[in-house]
Write a protein that binds this ligand. Sequence first.
Ligand SMILES: O=P(O)(O)OC[C@H]1O[C@@H](O)[C@H](O)[C@@H](O)[C@@H]1O
Length: 296
Amino acid sequence: MSTAEVLNSQPFVEPVTLEGQPGLTLGLPDGSRATVLLHGAHVLSWQAAGWGEQLYLSPAAGLASLQSGQAIRGGVPVIFPQFELKGPDTSLPRHGLARQRAWTLDSQQVGRDHALVTLLLSDDPITRAYWPHGFALELTVSLAPHRLDLELHATNTGDTPWPFSAALHTYLAVSELTQVRLQGLEGCHFQDAVTGGEHIEDHPEKRFAGEMDRIYAQVPRSLLLRDGPRRLTLESEGFEDAVVWNPGPDKCAALKDMPAEGWREMLCVEAAQVVNPPMLQPGESWTGRQSLVLPD
Ligand SMILES: O=P(O)(O)OC[C@H]1O[C@@H](O)[C@H](O)[C@@H](O)[C@@H]1O
């Protein structure tokens, strides 16, 4: 059997290099594929069988010139231990350290109908220069038919307690922003970074016209994105909040790593733990999950 035939007949995990960046491709016999880079444990792509690409990656993301300390525009950046510049430790880089550092492959596994990898990041002299704490972060990426599961596991490996924020900053690809509907947020309190203030969501089905930057607190475990015939369920566990972000035309034009019209093709719906930063004692762990699920 040729390599291609073997890859097409059973789930697999294989090393890949994308524009010079090392990573891994997970694949299933139904044609599903997911790609994760070691840089940031950054999921760049999830192609679901019959549905195509589900994540937005900016064509100007500049992977070829990516350096340690830089972030990637698109896919699923891992945010830890600070969200945006909101602390708990505001001396950290924006959105924290995890998305900018090289992670290592910890383990990989394939089953009858899934493929899974776990990547690891722990403190080193560079992270300790920014944030003087012992930590171990694991991101597990699991691909199954019509489903991508991301699990972030944080452990305090140091000898002092620390508070943290975290998010899976998922950039969803959309056909056209104005056609998209997001269900499940009605009744949730949100902080609005565009207009300021705190409000309660009163729309059962959110629509989008341009810029939006909101942190919704204590959201339901399941949200639904409708985009034409596509129905994408976003399930979360452990993450209490959801951030909904689109830069809109003006801020998008100011982003060097996004094309001017890119805002029309994406919507970030981020599983987040921001409003109440957890405190981890030495030896304690925290786990958050986000699952993206399409109909069979
Ligand atoms: O440009 P960055 O650092 O990747 O951040 C993008 C956006 O990320 C969102 O999560 C924030 O709510 C926005 O305020 C922010 O602009």
